[in-house]
Design a protein around this ligand. Structure first.
Ligand code: NAP
Ligand code: F7E
Length: 352
C-alpha cells in the first residue's frame, strides 16, 4: 500500500516542524509550504533533523494560485493548515494583514480543496484566542467566542468558514481549538520563549534584565510536540468535528517568570521590569481549557504540565547559549533576533 501524503502549510513554524516530524514517524510522505524570504528560515526543520526528509513547495496565503499549485503538486490525503500570521501583538500593528493572511487565507485553502479534491481531509488551526476577554472560568467547545484582537477576529472567520465548508460541501474539515502550546522551537516574540531565552542569557551574564508587559495575564500552556498529535487524531475519526485541546491548568505570566528564574536559582523580581511598551490595546486576561471532548473522543491527553514545560524551555535555551559561548554553531534563531527594546512600533508608542 502506498503511504499517506500530507501537506502542511507553515511547515517552517513551531507546529509545522513538530507535526512534520510526527507524520514522518507515522510513515507519511510530508510536503510543506513555505514562503519565499530574503533569508532562508528552515532552522526548526534542521534542528529536528528532518530538513532532508520533507518536500518543500513555495506558496503564500495571499496568493490563491500558489495554494492550488501546492495541492496539485503534493496530491495530499490530508492538509494541515497551520500557516498564519500567528503573533497577536503584531496583529494590532498589521490588522489588515491579519485579516488577509490569517482569515481569508483559510478560505483560499478550503476553496483549493473543494475545487481540486473535496475528499482531502483538512485540519484548521483554530485557537483559544477566539474566547477573548471576560469569558467563563473554563472554556470548552460550547463557550461563546468574544475575540479581542485582529488576530482573533481573523481566526473566528477561519473557524466559521471551516464549518461552512464542512456543512455546505461535505468536506472533512476540523477545527482544533488549541490553547497556547510552547516549546524550545517557539518564536522568540512569544512570552514563554522570551522569558526562557532572557533567563538563560541573564544566568550566563549576557543580559542584566528582562522587560515584560502584562504579568497578570493567565494562560493554559501546554507542550507543542504533544499537541500536534491531536491534529492528526482529529483527521483519523469517522466524522469531522471541532475539539478543544488544552491542559486544564492556568498560570500567570508572573508565575512563568518566577518558575523560569527558579530553574537557574535566581529571584525573578530582581531582574524583571514591567514596560508598558509590551502591553496590548486589549488583552485576554484568563484562559483555561476543558478538553473533555478530546480526551474522550480522541483519546488524547496532555502529559507535560506547567513546571516541566518551563524547565524544558529554560534548560534548552541555557544549553544553546552555553554551546554558543563555546564556539559551536548550529541552526538556531536567537543570535539573529534584536533586543525588543530596539523595536519601534505603533502599539509600543501609544501614550497610555
Ligand atoms: P508560527 O511558529 O508563527 O508559524 C506560522 C507559520 O505560518 C510559519 O511557517 C510562517 O512562515 C507561516 N506563514 C506566515 N505568514 C504566511 C503567509 N502569508 N503565507 C504562507 N505562510 C505564512 O506559528 P505556530 O505556533 O506554529 O502556530 C501554527 C498555527 O496554529 C497558526 O495558525 C497559529 O495561529 C495557530 N495556533 C497556535 C497556537 C500556539 O500556541 N502555538 C495556539 C492556537 C493556534 P515563516 O516561517 O516564513 O514566517
Ligand atoms: O502572550 C502577555 C501577553 O504573545 C501571552 C499565539 O500562539 O497563543 C499565542 O497568543 C500573554 C499575553 O501569546 C509580554 O499580553 C506579557 O497576555 O505569548 P503571547 P498569546 O497572545 O496568548 C494563542 C493561543 C494563539 O493562537 C497565538 O497564535 O503574555 N505578555 N508580557 C507578553 N507577551 C509577549 N509576547 N511579550 C511580552 O513581553
Amino acid at each position: 500500500m502506498s503511504s499517506m501524503r500530507a501537506l502542511v502549510t507553515g511547515i517552517s513554524g513551531q507546529d509545522g516542524a513538530y507535526l512534520a516530524r510526527f507524520l514522518l514517524g507515522k510513515g507519511y510522505e510530508v510536503y510543506g509550504t513555505y514562503r519565499r524570504l530574503s533569508t532562508p528560515n528552515f532552522w526548526r526543520l534542521q534542528y529536528l533533523d528532518i530538513f532532508e526528509q520533507v518536500d518543500l513547495i513555495p506558496a503564500d496565503l495571499v496568493d490563491a494560485a500558489s495554494i492550488m499549485e501546492a495541492i496539485n503538486i503534493s496530491e495530499p490525503d490530508e492538509v494541515y493548515h497551520l500557516a498564519a500570521q500567528s503573533f497577536v501583538g503584531a496583529s494590532f500593528e498589521q490588522p489588515v494583514g491579519a485579516g488577509e493572511i490569517t482569515g481569508l487565507g483559510v478560505t483560499r485553502v478550503l476553496e483549493a480543496v473543494r475545487a481540486i479534491n473535496p475528499r482531502i481531509r483538512l485540519y484548521q488551526a483554530s485557537t483559544s484566542e477566539l474566547y477573548g476577554k471576560g469569558n467563563s472560568d473554563y472554556q470548552c467547545e460550547d463557550t461563546p467566542f468574544r475575540p479581542s484582537s485582529p488576530y482573533a477576529a481573523a481566526k473566528l472567520y477561519g473557524y466559521w468558514v471551516t464549518r461552512i465548508y464542512r456543512e455546505g460541501y461535505s468536506i472533512f474539515a476540523c477545527n482544533g481549538i488549541l490553547f497556547n502550546h510552547e516549546s524550545p522551537l517557539r518564536g522568540l516574540e512569544f512570552v514563554t520563549r522570551k522569558i526562557s531565552n532572557g533567563v538563560a542569557k541573564i544566568a550566563l551574564g549576557l543580559e542584566t534584565e528582562m522587560r515584560l508587559g502584562n504579568l497578570e495575564a493567565r494562560r493554559d500552556w501546554g507542550y507543542a510536540p504533544e499537541y500536534v498529535e491531536s491534529m492528526w487524531l482529529m483527521l483519523q475519526q469517522r466524522d469531522p468535528d471541532d475539539y478543544v485541546v488544552s491542559t486544564g491548568e492556568t498560570h500567570s505570566v508572573k508565575e512563568f517568570a518566577q518558575r523560569a528564574f527558579e530553574v537557574v536559582g535566581l529571584d525573578w523580581e530582581q531582574y524583571t521590569k514591567v514596560d508598558k511598551r509590551f502591553l496590548r490595546p486589549l488583552d485576554v486576561e484568563h484562559l483555561q481549557g476543558d478538553c473533555t471532548k478530546a480526551r474522550e473522543g480522541l483519546g488524547w491527553s496532555p502529559k507535560v504540565k506547567f513546571g516541566e514545560l518551563v524547565k524544558i524551555m529554560v534548560d534548552e535555551d541555557l544549553g544553546r547559549w552555553q554551546r554558543w559561548q563555546e564556539g559551536q554553531r548550529f541552526p538556531w534563531d536567537a543570535p539573529n533576533y534584536p533586543s525588543e527594546n530596539r523595536i519601534l512600533s505603533r502599539t509600543f508608542a501609544l501614550d497610555r
